[in-house]
Design a binder for this molecule. Structure first.
Ligand code: F0G
Length: 450
């Protein structure tokens, strides 16, 4: 364990009819031959992977080494694409998997069965830091100087933080009026150039790809396959905190579908390496106002089909969105996306993990968020879609009350204080906890508390 062999990694096109391969020293975000997504592949024979997952736990005693402290790089043999001298870390991945029986009760699960993975505890307050640690390492390896992303908020906050720690220039594209204030404040504070485009996230995503192509900037959206390698580690840490056991279900919010794509890849590789015996099932949860994945998978029956995805189903669906001038809308602004760039990789995850997809309303998201705040450490709206989705899947009987479920709470509660304050102060939901107005008078105040 420990010998890094970066020559063991290469990039490969996900389209089986193309399957073009490229070395990791190249920077591109789509296959130059056919335009499909790219993956990172490994020649596992050339990598000294530990014989069992628990061997990774031994690194903790050596945590004065920043790579052993990092919740990403202490699993470095499983994302073995660059030498240690390029690896970037700012202490990401010190996250908690909390067993939470009170939230379990809300979703009708048995005590001891529900776990919440708090990715909001990362340095920039969201799961994105896992992916940025990996992608910035690649950026350093290829000598990139300027980076860019389109974002619903968290990607921009995370990229800006890593960029200034790497002394790189960063530019973020955000949709007009679509970004939660906590996230916008971070991008500005971490000194990113922030460009607010008159449009939504999907418009920003389109523009940023053209800008990258013209100006040769380093793209940090989840189209970047190195980012997804970092996001695999969220699954390793869930397994670690379950005593190196695999849960029955992983539940994750679905936006641009980078996380779900990375998680499926993580489990498929662990199984291939013999490090786990079975792959958990996965539920991916959309908001009803941004439910492309749900529509395509559940209603239009779009599937991975060994990589031969029926493109006409996607094209027809997107043409209809355009004809209707559709723009997605949900209070969970992080996942307000209607053309998810990792759609095909996510279909692969659904295949690998026998996955299911559901959409939940904003009301359900806000109520679930209040419950996570009341009984747990809190989260931002998109993260709470997991608990709202679990409630659906329990009432449908898809998930049993005694199965072991891990929900990925992707972002910190302070990311979007407006949604929280409106919910409580304006008494918008079942669990609102508004402030009580009191006169400036001692006896009256005491009466209220009694
Ligand atoms: N949860 C949060 C808090 C997010 O910020 C995002 C995505 C998601 C879930 C969805 O994850 O894209 O991997 O399916 N935020 C991106 C951004 C799009 O720009 O910050 P996904």
């Amino acid at each position: 364990m420990g010998v890094v062999n970066p020559d063991a990694a290469y990039q490969k096109c996900v389209n089986p009819d193309c399957a073009a391969e490229f070395d990791c020293g190249q920077t591109m975000f789509k296959c130059p031959k056919c335009g499909s997504l790219l993956d990172i592949w490994y020649d596992w024979d050339k990598i000294e992977v530990p014989g069992k997952l628990s061997d990774f736990g031994k690194r903790w005693v050596n945590r004065r080494n920043p790579l052993d402290f990092s919740g990403v790089w202490r699993f470095r043999e499983l994302l073995n694409f660059c030498e240690d001298k390029y690896k970037v870390t700012i202490g990401e991945g010190q996250t908690i998997l909390q067993q939470n029986d009170a939230v379990a009760k809300y979703v009708d699960m048995k005590p001891g069965c529900l776990y919440l993975q708090y990715e909001g505890l990362n340095p920039s307050g969201s799961f994105k830091d896992n992916g940025m640690a990996a992608a910035f390492s690649h950026a350093k390896m290829v000598g990139a100087e300027s980076c860019v992303c389109a974002s619903t908020g968290n990607t921009s906050a995370s990229m800006a933080l890593y960029a200034h720690s790497c002394r790189m220039k960063s530019t973020v594209f955000i949709g007009s009026g679509r970004i939660a204030f906590g996230k916008l404040s971070q991008a500005m504070d971490y000194d990113a150039q922030t460009i607010q485009i008159a449009g939504d996230f999907d418009d920003c995503m389109r523009q940023v790809q053209d800008v990258c192509a013209r100006l040769g900037l380093y793209l940090l959206n989840s189209l970047n396959p190195f980012r997804l390698e970092g996001q695999k580690t969220i699954m390793y840490r869930i397994i670690e905190q379950l005593g190196w056991e695999v849960p029955d279900w992983i539940i994750v919010p679905g936006g641009n579908l980078g996380n779900s794509s990375a998680f499926g890849k993580a489990f498929s590789e662990l199984k291939q390496l013999g490090l786990i015996k079975r792959i958990p099932r996965m539920a991916i949860i959309n908001a009803t106002g941004a439910d492309t994945l749900t529509e395509l998978v559940n209603n239009k029956k779009l599937a991975w089909n060994n990589g031969k995805v029926e493109q006409t189903i996607i094209d027809d669906y997107y043409a209809d969105l355009t004809a209707r001038d559709f723009s997605p809308h949900t209070c969970a602004s992080a996942i307000e996306i209607s053309r998810p760039v990792n759609l095909k990789k996510c279909l692969r995850t659904i295949d690998i993990c026998n996955g299911v997809v559901r959409a939940v309303t904003d009301e359900e998201i806000c109520d679930a968020k209040a419950i996570i705040g009341k009984y747990g450490l809190g989260c931002e709206p998109a993260s709470a879609a997991t608990i709202a989705g679990l409630k659906h899947l329990r009432s449908e009987g898809v998930i049993e009350a005694n199965e072991r479920v891990a929900c990925v709470l992707t972002g910190h509660p302070l990311k979007d204080p407006n949604v929280t304050v409106n919910y409580h102060k304006e008494k918008q939901g079942k669990f609102s906890n508004p402030p009580i107005e009191a006169p400036n008078e001692l006896n009256e105040i005491i009466k209220l508390i009694d």
